[in-house]
Design a protein around this ligand. Structure first.
Ligand code: ADP
Ligand code: MG
Length: 247
């Protein structure tokens, strides 16, 4: 397989914080339309890895290629435009705006000549909001104030805000934390749907949830990859049981 076949190619990536290597010579490939789950103990470097891919943190060494284009030195907002979406642990929705408005304001500008003039074709935006609202299960509550949504619905809205940009890589950090059992089920279905058109990287701790969604699992420990493969393979790996699953 050549590098061009991967959506994301992270090679020999390293970041040091005052000499401490939070990510240590890490190599990871993610396919198009793959749903990859990253697990590992607290402090393993999972969130830092997403920070490096989205550009929030700059690497000390190594390379990050997205569709075979080097990203390592590009700013965060340029990476967004290239198709990388990142959801942080705490939702950042506009509580005082409606669900519709939250999605509407997330519609990207600057993609087309029309967009470059900061003009949004209303019909086009409304149609896109409708599609995304259906996808995240909020089509019935478009007029509701976002602050009044349940915790799970807020998380889905934020995923929807990222989907408005139609990212080719979507990264989610612990998306089901604090969700009810039913909300977790719906989130699993949502993630399985959205990875049909893009690659998705999810950091998660809930192994039942991971089992439901993962195509492949990467286990991180001390800034490195400890194991990688199918859920069955990593679950049976003595190293993984020792540092993570055994606890
Ligand atoms: P995880 O998400 O796997 O729990 P993190 O990526 O948040 O782990 O953290 C990995 C390690 O890097 C931790 O020891 C953390 O304290 C450290 N770290 C993360 N970000 C910074 C930073 N900006 N400055 C210094 N240390 C950091
Ligand atoms: Mg984390």
């Amino acid at each position: 397989m050549s590098n061009t076949d991967f959506a994301l190619a992270v090679e020999d990536l390293t970041v040091s914080f005052d000499g401490f290597k939070a990510i240590d010579n890490l190599t990871l490939y993610v396919d198009k339309n793959e749903l990859r789950v990253i697990i590992g103990p607290n402090g393993a470097g999972k969130t830092t890895l997403l920070d490096l891919i989205c550009g929030k943190t700059k690497a000390s060494g190594g390379s990050i290629k997205f569709k075979n284009e080097e990203l390592t030195r590009l700013d965060e907002h340029i990476r967004v435009r290239k198709g990388i979406g990142r959801k942080f642990q705490t939702p950042s929705i506009y509580e005082n705006l409606s669900v519709f408005q939250n999605l509407e304001v997330s519609y990207p500008t600057g993609r087309s000549v029309v967009g470059a003039l900061a003009f949004k074709c209303t019909d086009e935006v409304t149609a896109r909001v409708q599609v995304v609202a259906e996808e995240i299960g909020l089509a019935e509550v478009l007029d509701k104030e976002a602050g009044l949504l349940s915790h799970g619905q807020k998380q889905w809205l934020e995923i929807g805000m990222l989907l408005m940009q139609d990212p080719e890589l979507l990264m989610l950090d612990e998306p089901i934390a604090g969700m009810s059992a039913r909300e977790r089920e719906l989130t699993a279905e949502l993630l399985k749907r959205i990875c049909k058109n893009r690659s998705v990287i999810v950091i998660e701790h809930d192994m039942e949830f991971v089992k439901q969604i993962a195509h492949k699992v990467t286990v991180m420990h001390q800034g490195k990859i400890l194991a990688e493969g199918s859920m069955e393979t990593v679950q049976a790996d003595p190293k993984v049981i020792d540092v993570y699953l055994g606890h």
